[in-house]
Design a protein around this ligand. Structure first.
Ligand code: NAD
Length: 423
């Protein structure tokens, strides 16, 4: 499948996964199908060169991207990823998933995403700051509180957002907190943002489990990724009485039939930067993670992790997509045939962008809400979206992903149609 001239032919590439997912909603769009091509290419993609002076005086060059997939419903919204494997194809797919996610949640945003192909762990703090500032200046042409609002993703955090906000503000000559979200709270960040994605995974996952008649008490859960999304999800499910029996990150796969002590593991991870070496549990081969007996599996690391082969062997009732794009389309079909419910990323991990939306609104009004208000509004928005998609899926006999895409595409393509084509 080659959808765009500058991309390769890999049908499992992130962008092609997105295209396949959109193709599946074609039959559900009625006359709006005429506009579907809009989603098959990004509106705008910027590739930037980032020269960086290293601590030893040498200069290295890094490749960065900012892609705005669709802006029909509002400014672009989406994170910035720092990872050694980032590619334009991946950033395009991530930006497209943001378009769908914002539309399913009915947030007034389009979809965007950015990234730099770099392993941030290999840079000093000063190098990371210089890299971030130069990247922000380069993409400064197309971002802004009314144009496109970045946020953290894999490998970036509140400190990176503070540098981005400061750089953009310096360039325009006015402090503009609303240019990014996920900032530190004292710089216009929102209470609850750090835990928002994990909370969304938990709240929507609990609802899906309840629809399946699956009690959370003593439920056996496996989580891939113990970063922002994975660790908060783990904590909330453990508090609800579930047993987190396996956790995998880039460094190790931990297993304990009795359940892993999440609080102790979080403390370990904070000190060590990884889960490897955590005492009192077994360390198993990475492949074993996908073969254990679970009730719920939560991929919360990278895309493309649930392959057809893993889908055939996966032993659980419910998959909660904390990560973006963790399930390949063919694997999706296999899971459906096997009666394993997949709660798609565009709802399951939408807690982060929902609280980012709250942060953006608070920055505009310079009036800030309590954590309680944030969580109450978050739960309401995300559960409403979940129930709407659940009902559509049930009534049409389609998967939750196709139902979510149908709702989202209808909103995006209606906006596209009503706005018309310029000139
Ligand atoms: P993070 O950088 O905080 O954590 C990533 C985790 O993945 C780490 O534990 C890392 O060790 C692990 N990991 C990396 N490579 C791995 C591999 N090959 N095998 C196993 N584990 C590996 O990132 P995050 O913010 O938690 O994001 C995780 C996923 O959730 C990504 O897909 C991201 O796009 C998605 N997401 C994040 C947010 C957010 O608010 N942070 C919102 C929506 C979606």
């Amino acid at each position: 499948m080659k959808t765009l001239s500058f991309l390769g032919n890999d049908s499992d590439s992130a962008w092609n996964i997105f295209v396949t997912q959109v193709e599946r909603v074609r039959p559900h769009l009625g006359e709006l199908e005429a506009w579907i091509e809009t989603l098959m290419r990004p509106k705008r993609a910027l590739i930037v060169d980032i020269p960086l002076e290293m601590e030893d005086g040498t200069v290295r060059h890094f490749e960065g991207y900012r892609v705005q997939h669709n802006l029909s419903r509002g400014p672009g919204k989406g994170g910035v990823r720092y990872h050694a494997d980032v590619t334009l194809d991946e950033v395009m797919a991530l930006s497209a998933w943001m378009t769908i996610k914002c539309a399913v949640l009915n947030l007034p945003f389009g979809g965007a995403k950015g990234g730099i192909r770099v392993d941030p762990a290999t840079l000093s703090q000063k190098e990371l700051e210089r890299l971030t500032r130069r990247y922000t200046s380069e993409i400064g042409l197309i971002i802004g509180p009314q144009q496109d609002i970045p946020a953290p993703d894999v490998g970036t955090n509140a400190q990176v957002m503070a540098w981005m906000m400061d750089t953009w503000s310096m360039n325009v000559g006015a402090t503009t907190t609303g240019v990014v979200t996920g900032k530190p709270v004292h710089l216009g960040g929102s209470l609850g943002r750090v835990k928002a994605t994990g909370r969304g995974v938990f709240v929507t996952g609990r609802q899906a489990a309840s629809h399946l008649g699956l009690p959370l008490t003593d439920a056996r859960i496996g989580i891939q990724g113990f970063g922002n999304v994975g660790s908060v999800s783990a904590q909330l499910f453990a508090e609800a009485g579930a047993n987190i029996i396996a956790i995998q990150d880039h460094s190790a796969t931990l297993y304990s039939a009795a359940g892993i002590d999440i609080e102790a593991l979080s403390a370990w991870q904070q000190k060590e930067g990884k889960i490897a070496g955590f005492p009192g549990v077994d360390t198993v081969e990475p492949g074993t993670f996908w073969e254990l007996e679970y009730d719920i599996v939560i991929p919360a690391a990278l895309e493309g992790q649930i392959t057809p082969e893993r889908a055939r062997n996966l032993n659980c009732r419910l998959v909660l997509e904390g990560a973006n794009g963790p399930t390949l389309p063919q694997a999706d079909d296999i899971l459906r045939e096997r009666g394993i419910l997949v709660l798609p990323d565009v709802i399951c991990n939408a807690g982060g962008v929902t609280v980012s939306y709250f942060e953006w609104v608070q920055d505009f009004s310079s009036f800030y809400w309590s954590e309680e208000e944030i969580y109450q509004k978050l739960d309401q928005i995300i559960l409403n979206a979940f129930e709407e998609v659940w009902k559509n899926a049930q009534s049409k006999g389609i998967s939750l992903r196709t139902a979510a895409y149908a709702t989202a595409c209808e909103r995006i393509l209606t906006a596209r149609k009503e706005r018309g084509i310029y000139p």
